[in-house]
Design a binder for this molecule. Structure first.
Ligand SMILES: [Mn+2]
Length: 304
């Protein structure tokens, strides 16, 4: 059986992509099932409930399994023992990571705003119809990853694909659906610092240094004012586990920018990466909404 799975600390795109690819593989008469690596965030829970889709089961080890990866190609974000798995395929829209294979595989990657945009192209390629509920969660993934088409990662294909999926899913107000989702992720009441930081967090290896980058997208970042000291304390703990730097982006969906919180052994490299001066380990990054397009490339260049 093919285990379809996205990255650790799963977001809406990674979960919905695993479900959509597993469904496509089944339609292609292959035995496949979606899995997840970690707990669902409140936005993803809302999306699966809305379209009546069951939560995928957890996968912890890839050894001797047939695996199809979605939404990543970096080992640090993938399942343990991936090198002992049989990698069947990858669908992604990030930078190419460090995963390699010894066998030929199906590999779909496009520089678009969402993995589900690529997956829609796969459905079209195989001439497979998308069910109403799968179309609904794929649409939500696009709205989430592109932040309702505001993220600079958004392409015309994402917009066109979202329109097509909305028609199949019978969604007549995409903006309302997106705002319902963003309200879910803006509710941080009662959440622990660990849960918040790891909700959408990725580790990267840059010049042999481990760099962690988390991101929280909310409608108004003033919700974090009262807990910033606690966030910093937790960031320091995560850094002390053997990382060179840990960054947290507090992204304001309405102001279309992010406040950067950072603890680092090399703060001057972080300043160089974003061309800013850190004040009390913080800086406002105007217009920065996308980790993959506006944050990781800058960091990789600065850490070279
Ligand atoms: Mn994605």
């Amino acid at each position: 059986m093919i285990h379809v799975v996205g990255h650790k600390n799963p977001d809406t795109d990674t979960i919905c992509s695993a479900l959509a690819v597993a469904e496509l593989l089944k339609q292609r008469k292959l035995d496949a099932k979606a899995y997840r690596q970690g707990e669902l965030n409140p936005e993803t829970k809302f999306v699966l409930e809305k379209f009546s889709i069951d939560t995928p089961k957890i996968i912890e080890d890839a050894e001797n399994k047939d695996v199809f990866l979605v939404d990543h190609s970096d080992k640090t974000q993938s399942v343990d023992n991936l090198d002992k798995a049989n990698l069947i395929g990858i669908v992604d829209h990030h930078k190419l990571g460090d995963i390699t294979t010894s066998m030929p595989l199906e590999f779909w990657a496009m520089p678009v705003g969402c993995s589900c945009t690529v997956i829609k192209a796969m459905y079209d390629f195989y001439k497979v119809n998308i069910s109403k509920n799968i179309a609904g969660i794929m649409l939500c993934a696009i709205l989430s990853d592109t932040v309702l088409f505001k993220s600079p990662t958004t392409t015309d294909l994402d917009k066109k694909t979202a329109e097509e999926l909305a028609k199949i899913a019978n969604v007549d107000d995409m903006t309302k659906l997106a705002m319902d989702m963003f309200n879910k992720k803006s509710d941080i009441e009662g959440k622990s610092m660990t849960e918040l930081i790891f909700r959408d967090y990725k580790d990267f290896l840059m010049n042999e240094k481990k760099i962690g980058v988390g991101q929280l997208e909310v409608i108004d970042i003033s919700v974090f004012d009262k807990i910033k000291d606690d966030l910093f304390e937790e960031l320091q703990k995560i850094k002390d586990e053997g990382r060179n730097s840990v960054l947290l982006l507090l992204t304001d969906i309405m102001k279309e920018g992010s406040q950067l919180l950072c603890v680092s052994d090399n703060p001057q490299i972080i300043e160089k990466a974003f061309n800013v001066k850190l004040e009390n380990n913080k800086a406002w990054l105007n217009g920065v909404m996308s980790r993959k397009k506006q944050v990781i490339p800058n960091l990789e260049k600065a850490f070279l």
